[in-house]
Design a protein around this ligand. Sequence first.
Ligand code: SF4
Length: 231
Amino acid sequence: SSIAELDATLSQCRACPRLVAWREEVARVKRSAYRDWDYWGRPVPGIGPADAALAIIGLAPAAHGGNRTGRMFTGDRSGDVLFAALHAVGLASQPTSVAAGDGLRLYGVRITAPVHCAPPANKPTPAERDTCRSWLAAELQLLRPTLRSMVVLGGFAWQAVLPVLAAAGWVIPRPRPVFGHGARRTLSGPDVPDLDLIGCYHVSQQNTFTGKLTPAMLERVLRSAAESADL
Ligand code: SF4
């Protein structure tokens, strides 16, 4: 199947009762600033080309960001930081991502997450993470022939992605690589191209407002990931 088919099937998923209830409740009640919006209120698929060489792995959609616009990191503060940096290093056609149809194009980059539905307090449970794992596994299977590097935003995504990478054919070293900003490992496997796995603090306001993650730090990670993906 194609990545477009995967995205379409994913957006119908109702496997996690707590997240289905929450995403739909948020879409019904809305935030007053967005009361004229028709919220997406469903699982948010990844964005970017099916032959991406670089994958960026977030955590989960934001209630009034991706869950509203239907596009990863679109319409929230985390996305403002991420897309500005992607544009600064030449990986996105524009520095903002406001809504589907805004003309955004990503160059060789696919942005996705281990959990595709907005969780209460931005915290999915381990069970929800495990339930959603099969979607990321299917996506990585499709990306595998062209994928050369991966930027993982935050420790939760790092923990979530390692077993998925293992299932897709990359050998995870023991002891397992530990998350950190700038942590870096090249993963290999008998049937897969080498993949540079790179850690980066998450672009959440908690990190960007406090200066734990600055635009320069993020751009440095993205530029280095793009280089290792030949972008
Ligand atoms: Fe389905 Fe993933 Fe959403 Fe759970 S989090 S309902 S598995 S798309």
